[in-house]
Every structure is written in structure tokens, then in C-alpha cells.
Design a binder for this molecule. Structure first.
Ligand code: UDP
Ligand code: MG
Length: 139
């Protein structure tokens, strides 16, 4: 995935609360183009693979349970400076610390059920996009 792309996933709390449309609208209005998108689910095992980098952290088990608890909406997005600008759009991991107007401030329930994922580097955007979408170079 080129460096003008990032990967995101609307998490089960936000999909379950019916906020998929509102969040997608914010993403598009912020200038991101949707390159790939689907509604799907993660098994407990696949959630564990996606968050494997956190496997030693105390919240890992709860995070994997939560991320496999309902549908999610993964997307590949395109924009100049995509990774950094998207992290700004979503806000801090803990919604109580997220800036006003960010997606997490508006929609997150808690530090775990925090509405949305955003890749933290170009390399991870590529890896995470490939986790959900095959042959991403086609998109
Ligand atoms: N998380 C959690 N408790 C914490 C920190 C993180 O449940 O104390 C969850 C939360 O859903 C977060 C995900 O683990 O989005 C990945 O954590 P990371 O530190 O990578 O935050 P992010 O990059 O998503 O802001
Ligand atoms: Mg992260």
C-alpha cells in the first residue's frame, strides 16, 4: 500500500450502535477517499492475530473478546499524509482524552470499545489492509 493510504476499522460498539454511516461521513468529509470497504466479523482467533503486537498487555484477552463480539467495517483509505491525518481525525485511544470533534470523542464508549481503529505507520497500514483485503494493489 503506498504511503498516501491508511487502514481503518469501525469497531463492534460503533457498528452495533448504528454509527457506521455517521462515522463514514466524517471520514469522507475529512477528505479521505474510500478505496476498499466491507462489513465482516473477526473470530476470536483472528482478532488475536490482528492485535498480536499487544499479546503481552493486560487488556489483550478482553480486547480480543470485544473485537470478535459483533460486526466490524474495515476500510482502506486514501489521502495525502493519510496515516497521520487519520490518527488526528480519530483522536486519543482513551475517549476521555480525545480532542473535541474527533471520532472517538463523539462515538467511543470506553478505552476498549473506542469506536474505531487507525493504523500507526505506513508499514502497519499495509499489513493491516492485507489482513482484510486480498490483492490490495488492485484497489
Ligand atoms: N486498549 C484497551 N485498553 C488499553 C489500551 C488499549 O482496551 O488500556 C484497546 C483499545 O481498543 C485500543 C486497542 O486496544 O484501540 C489498541 O491499543 P493501542 O494502544 O494500539 O491504541 P490505538 O492505536 O487504537 O489508539
Ligand atoms: Mg495502535
Amino acid at each position: 500500500m503506498p504511503s498516501n493510504r491508511t487502514f481503518t476499522m469501525i469497531k463492534p460498539d460503533a457498528v452495533g450502535a448504528g454509527n457506521t454511516g455517521a462515522i463514514t461521513k466524517m471520514i469522507e468529509e475529512a477528505g479521505f477517499k474510500i478505496i476498499a470497504m466491507k462489513l465482516t466479523r473477526l473470530s476470536r482467533e483472528r482478532a488475536g492475530q490482528f492485535y498480536a503486537v499487544h499479546r503481552e498487555r493486560p487488556f489483550y484477552g478482553e480486547l480480543c473478546e470485544y473485537m470478535s463480539s459483533g460486526p466490524i467495517v474495515p476500510m482502506i483509505l486514501e489521502k495525502d499524509n493519510a496515516v497521520e491525518d487519520f490518527r488526528t481525525l480519530i483522536g486519543a485511544t482513551n475517549p476521555q482524552e480525545a480532542a473535541e470533534g474527533t471520532i472517538r470523542k463523539l462515538f467511543a464508549e470506553s478505552i476498549s470499545a473506542n469506536a474505531i481503529h487507525g493504523s500507526d505507520s505506513d508499514e502497519n497500514a499495509r499489513i493491516e489492509g492485507s489482513f482484510f483485503f486480498s490483492q490490495t494493489e488492485q484497489y
